[in-house]
Design a protein around this ligand. Structure first.
Ligand SMILES: [Zn+2]
Length: 413
């Protein structure tokens, strides 16, 4: 790859204040060689140089929760209560062949790039996203899902997971990592959670879990009641004794929380749960638009950030939210918590990178990190508007370029 130099009216490095008339030099190996005011960043004669004018260069966005294998199912599951929604989605997934999963993953990844995203944390069952990430030189963590609500399924489900992860090892290369995802407390038994968490720990694999998402999940875990409990009874799945625990406390009890754990959603949290997450070092993928779409309630974003929890922003699947739009998520997160535009941009970039263990490689524009960036055209704004405000006010059609390790992965025509 040729070295390249990007310049624009504004540059948001995230680590450090926004730079007016900023520039970025990315070396041939794809890492940032220099960043700063345009006048101070070298201009080697053999470098491809572009000036985007009235635009903002910012770090590539980190989407900490996707299901890209579900791309193409937008609008297919609607107006159902959450347990029925999950059931319908399971039926839909069964209709898709492996080649279709690969195609869906390719389209989903292209949609991410078209939204300024450079790194994803994806959970899925088919393995398609991992393969597509690896084949296309992408960046992220692909968490292999495992299911099994019946306690007797624990052993065979773990064996199946181990086989899948072993067969996927060849795709774990470059900037692509494999993780595991025991799906959720309404689809995975306590014994299976415990076994997968212990195995992931011994293999040093990252783990992602949908947790504390719906009230129905809280009812199932706490006192064995509610619509998930009814669904289990109908399927002949034995209900465990009521634990009296919150979903997060129940996860902790099963050894699932650690600094390699990504807790997806984390809406139904009490103060003790926030303390527990903070003490364990677990991170959170905050999905405000999905939480709203499913009427799960509001995640306590400010309290989580106040407790020092690593929080990133995720879109969830297009089945839940329609379009994968990180800036829409950013604006939704901002309306939930009293955050500045700069703080929200940080959540979508460095915050997300840290949440999935990639904070030393990406998430900010700093010398030595990967040259991952997005370039957004901005409109003339008032004096009081910061570059971060301008990015948040932009529309999806304002994205000019997405650059992954110095390579164009999206460019507006
Ligand atoms: Zn999800």
């Amino acid at each position: 790859m040729r070295a390249r130099r990007l310049a624009a009216r504004w540059l948001i490095p995230v680590e450090g204040a926004p730079i007016e008339h900023g520039a970025l030099l990315i070396g041939p190996e794809g890492r940032v060689q220099a960043v700063g005011p345009d006048s101070s960043v070298p201009r080697p004669s053999d470098v491809l140089a572009e000036d985007f004018g009235n635009a903002v260069i910012l770090p590539g966005l980190i989407n900490t929760h996707t299901h890209l294998e579900l791309t193409g199912f937008a609008g297919e599951v609607q107006d159902l209560d959450f347990p029925a929604w999950i059931r319908r989605l399971r039926e839909l997934k069964a209709t898709r062949a492996p080649a279709e999963y690969l195609e869906a993953a390719r389209q989903g990844l292209a949609a991410c790039y078209g939204g300024g995203v450079t790194t994803i944390a994806d959970t899925g069952d088919s393995g398609a996203v991992l393969q597509v990430l690896a084949e296309s030189g992408g960046s992220g963590v692909a968490y292999q899902e495992v299911f099994g609500p019946h306690p007797e399924q624990a052993e065979p489900s773990l064996a199946d997971l181990r086989d899948k992860v072993a067969s996927q090892a060849r795709w774990s290369c470059g900037r692509v990592r494999v993780g595991v995802s025991p799906h959720a407390p309404y689809s995975v038994s306590g014994p299976l959670f415990r076994a997968v968490a212990a195995w992931a720990r011994s293999e040093r694999l990252p783990l992602a879990v949908h947790i504390a998402e719906s009230v129905a999940e809280t009812e199932l875990v706490g006192n064995g009641s509610g619509p998930f409990a009814e669904a289990w009874r109908a399927r002949g799945i034995p209900l465990p004794r009521p634990s009296g625990l919150s979903p997060v406390a129940w996860l902790a009890e099963h050894g699932v929380l650690s600094d390699r754990t990504l807790c997806i959603h984390a809406v139904q949290l009490g103060p003790l749960d926030i303390d527990r997450l903070s003490e364990s070092g677990a991170a959170v993928a905050h999905c405000p638009v999905s939480n709203q779409a499913h009427r799960h309630g509001t995640a306590p974003l400010e309290a989580m950030l106040g407790a020092g929890i690593r929080v990133g922003i995720g879109t969830d699947s297009e089945v839940s939210v329609g379009r994968l739009d990180m800036l829409a998520e950013a604006n939704a997160a901002r309306s939930l918590a009293r955050l500045s535009a700069g703080a929200v941009i940080e959540l979508c970039t460095l915050g997300g990178a840290r949440a999935i263990g990639l904070g030393s490689d990406t998430g900010s524009l700093r010398v030595g990190k990967w040259g991952d960036c997005a370039v957004v055209r901005v409109r003339e704004a008032g004096e009081e508007s910061s570059p971060a405000d301008m990015v948040l006010a932009s529309s999806p059609t304002d994205l000019l370029l997405t650059c992954l390790g110095g390579r164009d992965v999206y460019r507006a025509l």
